[in-house]
Design a protein around this ligand. Structure first.
Ligand code: FEO
Length: 174
């Protein structure tokens, strides 16, 4: 059986991960409005990843005979002043999520909940990657500055990120 405190904290983390998905989906919409389809694709892929993160917490609670309880999501920001500002916000958000994961590890340790502790190790590693990928794009955008050409090249590069089928844009009609 999952300890009460862990169940409550994991239910809260489902909300954090779904809220992350919502933030990145809002960024996908922003990039699409700017004609930056590659960046939109990258954000669609990130959205799918966040839903998968939420499901890891969902499944962990269920597998241990707990009860998943979904909470409301905040309305995400809809506009950013530039691609750089959007990716800076994404990087900052990932730093925030890392802190949340570390708090969960501390809680699992305090509760001596070894299954939760083991499950959270995947997230500790994942967050290193999440921060690295967003901060790398921030650095690239800073280097690009006002170069329209550089922005289009980066957009093309980011558009190569694969996406799960349910999150991909519809294929053009043949
Ligand atoms: Fe679920 Fe981007 O961390």
């Amino acid at each position: 059986m999952i300890p009460e405190k862990i169940q409550a904290a994991f239910n809260e983390q489902i909300r954090e991960e779904m809220e992350s998905a919502y933030i990145y989906l809002s960024m996908a919409a922003y990039f699409e409005s700017q004609g930056l389809e590659g960046m939109a694709t990258w954000m669609r892929s990130q959205t799918a990843e966040e839903v998968a993160h939420a499901m890891r917490f969902f499944d962990h609670i269920s597998e241990r005979g707990g009860r998943v309880s979904l909470q409301g999501l905040k309305q995400p920001q809809a506009e950013w002043n530039s691609p750089l500002e959007a990716f800076q916000a994404a990087y900052k958000h990932e730093q925030y999520i890392t802190q949340k994961i570390h708090e969960l590890v501390d809680l699992a340790t305090a509760e001596r909940d070894h299954p939760a502790h083991a499950m959270l190790q995947w997230f500790v590693t994942e967050q290193v990657e999440e921060e690295a990928s967003t901060s790398k794009i921030v650095e690239q955008l800073e280097r690009i500055g006002d170069s329209g050409n550089g922005l289009l090249m980066l957009d093309r590069e980011l558009g190569r990120r694969p996406i799960g089928s349910g999150f991909a844009p519809p294929a053009p009609e043949a």
